[in-house]
Design a protein around this ligand. Structure first.
Ligand SMILES: Nc1ncnc2c1ncn2[C@@H]1O[C@H](COP(=O)(O)OP(=O)(O)OP(=O)(O)O)[C@@H](O)[C@H]1O
Ligand SMILES: [Mg+2]
Length: 387
C-alpha cells in the first residue's frame, strides 16, 4: 500500500489517476491516510465528490466498497443479511440428515429442541451475506469505503453508520464481533438535502467541495481529452462560470462543462459564439426556465460588450412556449413540484431550486419505527438470540 510523505505527493498521485486536486483537497486526503478518521465531503452535484473516493482507492491500491444510500434503506443493506436461499438449499440437500436428528423424538417439543440445538450451524459465517459496512471491517485487505449520498439515508441508518465508524467494528450476535484489522479509509458524501447529525460531523474530517477555480476547471476539462481546442475550452470555462453566477435552479457542474466541451468538439466548433452556445445550452442547463435565462445571458458572457436584450418573458423565443402570460404554466413549475420528492429540495441548497418561487410548506419529518437502527449492536443481542 502506498504511503504518502507529503501533500504534494498526494496531488501528483491523484493527478496520475486523472483527478485534479488543489492543495486544500490534497491536504485533507493526506490527513485521511494518516488519521483514522472518516472524511465527509459536502458540496453541490457534480463537483467530484464520488470521483474523489474512487481516486483515493486507486492511489492507495485499495479495493473500493460502495454503499449507495437512499430513502427508506434499512441497515440489512448496509451491514449484513442472512443468505436465506443458501440456508434453504442446504436444508433441502441435508433433509435426510436432519430427519435422522429428529427421527426418534417422542414429541414435537423435543424435535424443535433438537433442531434448535443445531441452529448455530445455519447462523454461521458460511451463511452470512456481507454488505459494505461489514465487508469493510471483515476484509483481509484494507479498503476504501464510500458511503455515497449519506444525506439520502434516514436518521436510523445514520445512527448505525455512526456506531460502525466509531469503532470500525460490527457485531453479528449469532457469530461474534468483527473488528477491522486495518481501518478502512471512509469517505461519506452529501449533497446537503438534509442536515446530518452533529455527532456524525464531529467524527469526520470535513471537506466542502465547491465549484473549482477557473484554472482547475480548465485543467479538468483538458485532462478529459474532450477534443475541444484549449483556447476554446478556456473560454467555455469562463462562460460556465458566468452561468453559475445567474440565479439558476440548477447551476452547471463540472461534469456538465465536460459534456459541453465534448458536444462542441463533436460539432467541430472553431469559435465560441452566442449562437452555437445557445443551440447547445441544454447540455448544461436542464430546466426550461434556466435555459431561457442562460440563453439571454450568453451574448454578454461570450462578449462582455454585446448588447443584451431585456430578460424575456417567454414570447416568441423559439422554445415552444410563446402562448401564455401565466409564468407557472410557461415553466411547468406545477408539474415539476408534483414530481419533486418531499424533503428533497426544500432548502434551496446550492441554487437547485428556482429562486423566484415562494418558499414551500415545511415538510413533515419522516417517521422512523423503533426497531430501525437497533440491529447488530450490543443492546440488541438478547432480542436477536431470543428470535
Ligand atoms: N477534480 C476533478 N478531476 C477530474 N475530474 C473531475 C474532478 N471533479 C469532477 N470531475 C468530473 O466530474 C464528474 C462528476 O463528478 P462526481 O460524480 O464525482 O460528482 P459528485 O460530486 O459525486 O456529484 P453528485 O453529487 O451528483 O453525485 C466526474 O465523472 C469527473 O469526470
Ligand atoms: Mg456523487
Amino acid at each position: 500500500m502506498s504511503r504518502f510523505d507529503s501533500v504534494d505527493e498526494v496531488v501528483e498521485a491523484l493527478g496520475e489517476e486523472g483527478y485534479i486536486a488543489d492543495t486544500r483537497l490534497a491536504t485533507t486526503v493526506f490527513l485521511v491516510t494518516r488519521m483514522d478518521k472518516p472524511l465527509l465531503i459536502e458540496g453541490p452535484a457534480g463537483v467530484g465528490k464520488t470521483e474523489l473516493a474512487k481516486a483515493m482507492a486507486k492511489i492507495s491500491g485499495r479495493r473500493l466498497l460502495r454503499l449507495q444510500c437512499y430513502e427508506g434503506q434499512d441497515e440489512t443493506k448496509a451491514l449484513y443479511e442472512w443468505d436465506y436461499g443458501k440456508q434453504l438449499l442446504y436444508t433441502q440437500i441435508l433433509r435426510e440428515k436432519i430427519g435422522q436428528v429428529v427421527a426418534d423424538s417422542p414429541d414435537l417439543q423435543d424435535a424443535v429442541e433438537r433442531i434448535g440445538a443445531q441452529e448455530s450451524v445455519f447462523f454461521s459465517e458460511r451463511f452470512l451475506a456481507s454488505r459494505p459496512l461489514l465487508e469493510s471491517v471483515r476484509s483481509k485487505e484494507p479498503v476504501v469505503l464510500l458511503i455515497d449520498e449519506v444525506d439520502r439515508a434516514d436518521e436510523a441508518l445514520e445512527a448505525v453508520l455512526l456506531e460502525t465508524l466509531a469503532e470500525y467494528q460490527v457485531s453479528v450476535p449469532e457469530v461474534g464481533t468483527f473488528v477491522a484489522e486495518q481501518p478502512p479509509y471512509v469517505v461519506l458524501t452529501s449533497n446537503n438535502t438534509r442536515d446530518l447529525s452533529a455527532a456524525l460531523k464531529r467524527r469526520c474530517l470535513h471537506l466542502f467541495l465547491d465549484y473549482p477555480s477557473a484554472q482547475r476547471e480548465l485543467a479538468i476539462v483538458k485532462s478529459k481529452n474532450t477534443g475541444l481546442p484549449d483556447a476554446l475550452a478556456a473560454q467555455l470555462v469562463d462562460v460556465v462560470r458566468g452561468l453559475r453566477e445567474l440565479e439558476l435552479r440548477k447551476a452547471p457542474s463540472i461534469s456538465e462543462t465536460i459534456d459541453w466541451a465534448r458536444t462542441l468538439a463533436v460539432l467541430g466548433v472553431t469559435e465560441l459564439t452566442a449562437g452555437i452556445l445557445s443551440d447547445t445550452a441544454s447540455v448544461v442547463v436542464k430546466y426550461d426556465k434556466d435555459v431561457r435565462k442562460a440563453v439571454s445571458a450568453l451574448p454578454r458572457l461570450v462578449d462582455p460588450n454585446a448588447e443584451v436584450p431585456e430578460h424575456d418573458h417567454g414570447h416568441g423565443h423559439g422554445h415552444g412556449h410563446g402562448h401564455g402570460h401565466d409564468d407557472s404554466e410557461v415553466d411547468g413549475r406545477a408539474v415539476r413540484a408534483g414530481k419533486d420528492e418531499p424533503g428533497r429540495h426544500d432548502d434551496g441548497y446550492y441554487r437547485t431550486k428556482d429562486p423566484d418561487e415562494p418558499a414551500p410548506e415545511p415538510s413533515t419529518p419522516r417517521k422512523v419505527t423503533a426497531d430501525r437502527g437497533a440491529r447488530s449492536f450490543g443492546a440488541n443481542l438478547g432480542r436477536r438470540r431470543a428470535l
